[in-house]
Design a binder for this molecule. Sequence first.
Ligand code: SF4
Length: 248
Amino acid sequence: MVSTPRAPHRTPSAGAAGDSLAAVAADVAACRSCPRLVAWRERVAEEKRAAFRAETYWGRGVPGFGDPAARILVLGLAPAAHGANRTGRVFTGDRSGDWLYRAMYRAGLANQPTSHAADDGLRLAGAWVTAPVKCAPPDNAPLPAERDTCRPFLHRELALLADLRVVVCLGGFAHQIACQELGVRPRPRFAHLGEAVAPGGVVLLGSFHPSQQNTFTGRLTEPMLDAVFVRAVELAGMAATGAAPSSG
Ligand code: SF4
């Protein structure tokens, strides 16, 4: 068991009129709808990796993070077992997050290039980062039923991000979910820097996921990821100054 106190169980579809991103975050953190994932996230949190033995793992669903006025949504896959499942903040505490937030910093969307803990001072401007599956799955592979059970949380986030213009889809899984959520039919093939315009005008922009599998092999390089965020900023109609938000 995780040592943190357990909040009342919430289901993904608990949102309604008057919903808020804070309410989604609270519901995600309290959700226990997927027995396999709940067991896995808590087992990982209890057993820990040796390097993090002194830390208390988050061990729950990981909410989205960023600027509620975001024009750019960055959509991943699911929390990493010893990354976000440890720190409690999406893409925080692992190599994928290092790559992602470094690129967002260079694009002027983050106030710092590092992301190692939930209280490290990272702030985003014009961007929201989340995952369609909010709990760490074994082998980074959620089951279709788990993907579908968690979908309403993303649905609520999308409904609440009223200024959204671009969804950066990190990998084919995110691309598939974004196409379904935003009504892009027929679903175009996923491609790095591939673009598709949803009926409401939001642009889906593909990017290879900054997983170690992709970054170690050179399938995704830092210039390739920079090109994604340069294009996202352009599509979002934001000034491409490279100026990051202040950390104050
Ligand atoms: S994956 Fe989503 S629906 Fe399943 S337990 Fe986690 S937060 Fe709840």
